[in-house]
Design a protein around this ligand. Structure first.
Ligand code: GLN
Length: 396
């Protein structure tokens, strides 16, 4: 058996016996979900995925929020979006009336008030058109056409007075424009989009890999937008349990009341988990346990110390005429540049006029300040740093 599948299967088995919490009671269609369901999926940067557990389709709920925030950021720009919604942890439950004094701006886009404000930023003359645009973008993140569960949507609309009240409050502060009922209706549809854990893993992966879809290779949103969204997920993704989540698990994440959670390890992988019983904060109890164990076993906490972070590969070759070629690959970070310089100082140069050519053209990422330091030192040795294959210096 594949060792990754085996390890993930063992994690699911460990948490299966946990039966704390209850399905979301305030939305009748969610209250009646089978509480025993348990599933997870993981996707890596090359798009390879592993899915285990129940083959369930469930509604995305609040997990839609970071992706709609991404859509708004990409279309309107950060400054415009932040006029309508903040990026501060609210320290309050997901459906709280967390509005900034005076402006009425919701604390962040991952609580309901902020999510409704964000949905209001997506252009759409009618509720349906706005919702269609949102479903289309969620589908691009998932890499397949997603559908709305009309029964859940109707159930949510039938019991959604609190969200309607939030929308009307936002309208009273001019945080949203137009008809608040139409905006909240689009929000109900966005929450009722059906997904699998593999969809969630791929969607989270797209944010983990700088906005690039791991399977299709399509750039869905800019790398900057992906980074902004992941930042907000880190501080606000688990509502008023976000602080203890960061200490315990240390992965940017977002939960939804149907029992799904997305999490990601930046540049490494995206994860989706699902189990409908929720704790008092509205976060899946077993879903959290799965991610906690995964983070522990694989050392995934974002602030885990890594000694070899971004250490470039380095090979030294010599020409017939004595020129020393130092070929780098991988990623050049600031600390990585220091290591390259140490290695260069140790390279034997038969004569003081021996040419040194540092070839960084195959590197996947060059941090500009690190490159500047490397270049200064190499040039002091009379050498050259080349950043493109044909020798032209793209970054000079
Ligand atoms: N549709 C849900 C609501 O608005 C989403 C909340 C959630 O998933 N936490 O109440």
């Amino acid at each position: 058996m594949d060792p990754v599948r085996e390890m993930l299967g063992a994690v699911l088995d460990e948490v299966r016996g946990e039966d704390g919490g209850a399905t979301a009671q305030y939305i009748p269609e969610l209250a009646s979900a089978d509480p025993e369901q348990l599933a997870m999926a993981v996707v890596d940067p090359r798009g390879a995925s592993v899915a285990l557990g129940d083959d369930a389709l469930f509604t995305i709920q609040s997990i839609s929020k970071p992706f709609v925030f991404a859509l708004a950021l990409d279309e309107l720009g950060r400054d415009e979006v932040l006029q309508h919604v903040g990026v501060e942890p609210s320290g309050e439950p997901f459906n709280a009336i967390s509005l900034e004094e005076g402006t009425g701006r919701p604390a962040n886009p991952l609580i309901n008030a902020g999510a409704i404000a964000t949905t209001g930023l997506v252009p759409g003359p009618s509720a349906r058109e706005r919702a269609d645009r949102i479903v289309a973008v969620l589908s691009r993140f998932a890499g397949r056409p997603l559908e709305v569960d009309e029964t859940v949507c109707a159930s949510e609309a039938a019991t959604g007075e609190r969200n309607r009240a939030l929308a009307h409050l936002l309208r009273s502060y001019d945080v949203i424009d137009g008809d608040p009922n139409a905006i909240v209706e689009a929000y109900f549809r966005q929450c009722s989009v059906l997904v699998t854990v593999t969809d969630l893993a791929v969607m989270a992966g797209t944010l983990a890999f700088g906005g690039r879809h791991p399977v299709t290779g399509e750039q869905i949103v800019s790398a900057r937008t992906a980074r902004d969204v992941v930042s907000v997920m880190t501080s606000c993704g688990m509502y008023d349990a976000s602080g203890s989540w960061l200490i315990r698990v240390g992965l940017p994440a977002k939960s939804g009341v149907s029992g799904g959670i997305v999490a990601l390890s930046p540049s490494q992988f995206g994860v989706g988990v699902f189990s409908p019983r929720l704790d008092a904060y509205g976060n899946s109890t077993r879903g959290q346990l799965v991610l906690e164990r995964l983070s522990e076993q694989l050392g995934l906490h974002v602030f885990e110390q890594h000694r070899a972070i971004a250490t470039p590969g380095l090979a030294v070759e010599r020409d017939d005429d004595g020129t020393v070629h130092v070929v780098l690959d991988g990623e050049l970070s600031f600390s990585g540049a220091e290591r390259v310089l140490t290695a260069l100082r140790g390279v034997r140069r038969p004569a003081s006029d021996t040419r040194v050519l540092v070839d960084a053209s195959a590197m996947s990422q060059l941090q500009p300040a690190a490159l500047a330091v490397l270049r200064t030192e190499v040039e002091a040795l009379g050498g050259t740093v080349q950043t493109t294959r044909d020798g032209a210096d793209a970054t000079a």
